[in-house]
Design a protein around this ligand. Sequence first.
Ligand code: MN3
Length: 212
Amino acid sequence: MPFSLPALPYSTSALAAQGMCQETLELHHGKHHNAYVTALNGLVEAKALAGKSLETVVAEAGRAGTEGLPVLNQAGQHWNHALFWQVMSPSGGGDSLPAKLAAKIDSDLGGLAAFKEAFKQAGVTQFGSGWAWLIIGTDGKLKVTKTPNGANPISTGEGQPILGADVWEHAYYLDFRNVRPNYLDNFLNKLVAWDVVEGLMEKGGLVTGQAA
Ligand code: MN3
């Protein structure tokens, strides 16, 4: 079964009042994400990916280094966006985190304010395109990290992402022009679906159910 574009869990206008306009979501989901899926499906036969889960494809492409890059660019971006749509919500944002997630952020990252600052800095300092992440590290502790382009912490072997912010310019240019820090502030304060993030933490990460 080919990879497919997952439906947004809300309408394209649902996040407009929270700083992500309809045109951003239409282009980002309908054009950018869709293009990654189409390109990835074009590689399935040539790269012998048939039958493999998206998570396996991403991990293997990451381990293959430079040789795996053509697959990682598309497969990583497919996975990254699949997570990204899920961790935002029309009822997202705020500082009232569910209890288990709040406690884990307190113990591993020094509290919500410290986490937000670290996450924002990860996104701001990712030179060029890429992603900022909150992950469950290989030691079981929460960690903030960043990756370039289509890579992610599964492809680098760092751990399992439970929150990701796209810092490619296409993610924020219509809403925040060139001001990436404001996009990241808005993401953290108005868009993050903390209940979804806690659910992913308890499950040990996202399994997309997508396979070639
Ligand atoms: Mn994107």
